[in-house]
Ligand binder design. Structure first.
Ligand SMILES: C[S@@+](CC[C@H](N)C(=O)[O-])C[C@H]1O[C@@H](n2cnc3c(N)ncnc32)[C@H](O)[C@@H]1O
Length: 217
């Protein structure tokens, strides 16, 4: 089956665009929960892109599986892996995440800036699938644009405009969905996860990004 490579056009500049657009916050957000990763942990990274957090987790001695539907993104990741000189190899899969199954379960599943590419219905299907791959007692980590639910009017307006500019760019170039910002802690709680940590990444004091970690009962 032919896999959709939506990042054929923008894949080469994806990492640099995120770095510049977020004034360096996105790369920090992606690795924010890596202190929860232990040597030998089984880690799944969904929609891995260029693989910043996958490489960092492998450096900690984790057993990392990274999945992306875009061969373009994986080509860039392979170059990064070559440069990193890792002792622990990363298992790379060019596939749709919905085709990935696992009987053992993962200690941690990461979905960084991944779920926001989907319409709400598809996002829920994928999030439910990802949470089913987490072992009991394991963790789901989501890094993304922060939901502005707890802020003032000015912050809410800014955060929405900031998100919609990015969403429109990737709707035009990668055919991603355009939708309101998702409230991941609320969604994970609904799926039976206990939210055990949230870290925010701010620009000019505004909470633009968050990394959310939830524990499976
Ligand atoms: C917005 S990018 C984020 C990449 C990376 N996680 C990061 O934070 O830099 C979304 C990624 O998800 C991948 N993707 C989209 N749909 C997918 C699917 N159904 N299965 C696996 N990967 C998918 C895209 O190819 C892209 O690399």
């Amino acid at each position: 089956m032919q896999l959709k490579d939506g990042y054929r056009l923008m894949g080469f500049s994806y990492e640099a665009t995120g770095l510049l657009y977020s004034f360096g916050r996105i790369p920090k957000c992606k690795v924010a929960m890596l202190d929860h990763v232990n040597k030998g942990d089984r880690i799944l990274i969904a929609g891995v892109g260029h693989g910043t957090e996958a490489i960092a987790a492998a450096r900690k001695g984790a057993d990392v599986t990274a999945v992306d539907i875009s061969e373009t993104m994986l080509r860039h990741m392979r170059k990064k892996i070559d440069r990193a000189g890792l002792k622990h190899p990363i298992c790379l899969k060019n596939n749709d995440i919905l085709n990935v199954t696992d009987e053992t379960g993962f200690n941690m599943v990461f979905a960084n800036f991944f779920l926001n590419v989907f319409s709400e219905e598809k996002m829920m299907t994928i999030l439910t699938h990802l949470t089913s791959l987490v072992k009991p007692g394991g963790y789901m980590v989501i890094g993304d644009f922060a939901h502005p639910k707890n802020g003032g009017l000015l912050y809410k307006a800014f955060q929405n405009i900031y998100w919609y500019i990015a969403a429109t760019l990737y709707w035009l170039t990668a055919d991603n969905a355009v939708h309101p910002i998702y409230d991941y802690p609320a969604l994970l709680s609904k799926l039976g996860f206990e939210i055990t940590g949230t870290r925010f990444f701010t620009i000019l004091g505004m909470k633009n990004y968050w990394s959310v970690i939830g524990k499976k009962a």
